[in-house]
Write a new protein. Sequence first.
Length: 410
Amino acid sequence: MNILIVNQPLNNRGDESAHRALVRSIVKYIPEARVRVLFMGANPDTVKQFMVKDKNVQYSCKQHKHWLKASGFLRHGLKHSLLWHVHPYVIQYLDNYRWADAVVCAPGGICMGGFMSWGHEYELMFAMKLHKPVFYYGRSIGPFWNEPADKKLFKDQAIRILKYSSYVSLREAESVRIAKELGIKDIVETVDTAFLDYPEVEVPQEIRKRIGNDPYVVFVPNLLIWHYFYKDKATKEQVVDFWGKIIDVINKHYPGHKLVMLPQTFNYGTYEGDDIHLFRDIEKANPSSNLVVIDDSYSSDIQQTIIRSAKAMFGARYHSVVFAVNNNVPFVAFSYEHKISGLLEELGLQHEMIDIKDLFTNNDFNNSVIAKFDKMLPTIHRSPEAQKKAKNKAKQAFDIFATKLGQLKL
């Protein structure tokens, strides 16, 4: 059984956790599987940080200036397949698809939806063109639009891909609703793939020294203005100021606690891409707030272990919330996108969330978020029932996936 994984999001510790959880589960529960994870033009260092080290898992990272030219041949070959027989890099790339018994779209966010990643769709259309079974695993999708024409085309391609797929699992309620409206049947309703795993690793000595013996909470803010909801609504200085006010509320309710900040995104090389820049600006703007900014080089396994010992987690990153639930830690989620609200709705934890989609539209709304946060903090609690439900649901989705893979051999 040869399994090719494509569309693996990078540069994010949350996506890393979902990737590792899926690959570790395949290796554990499908021992006959050979897994290959395929990238084009990815940063080799980032790929290296994601890797699961196992004799049955390999990573293929195509990093060459000619691959940019090859990508045009790949796309045009969907209509004129003879093009796939003339470009040597295209032939090499598609050999990975020909090797595969199944093509799995890696878990992740709304590439098929709000972010409109054409490459995301093309990677799956290559599999369709080569008549390979497609497994769309643990994604969020949507929203979609009918205008203008390019958005309508993107939506129509998404529908074709999802209807073709042998398996579609979606990780939260809003994506499931959108898929059903599109006419997609036999959807496996799941949660984030990271819930398949419960990593237990040693926290590095240098981090333990920085945290010390003081009690701590974890704080994961988000720049936000990279997202289409917030484009041109605020400056980074306004974002830093808002999170400073959130810090004041945390310090009020958790006196004497350190605030450990865990960057989720890394290796983009830009302020908007890498969390560490925002975190350092927040630290600089709040010098007396007992902040501990952890370097962005530490894995999702280490981050989950740090969160496990925290008194609470306050996060505006989706996977910071996943990590809190997975490790049964009290939390407040700042929801900027339906993947967060959908997850918490599924787990019955919607009361642990503040919707911030209208943040920076006016000062009254900003102040209402801060006031609601202040009111919520005394009531947050652990939820072992939600942790158990999330893990069971993730495992059920994986079991269906494994069963459908097994049927390919019949």
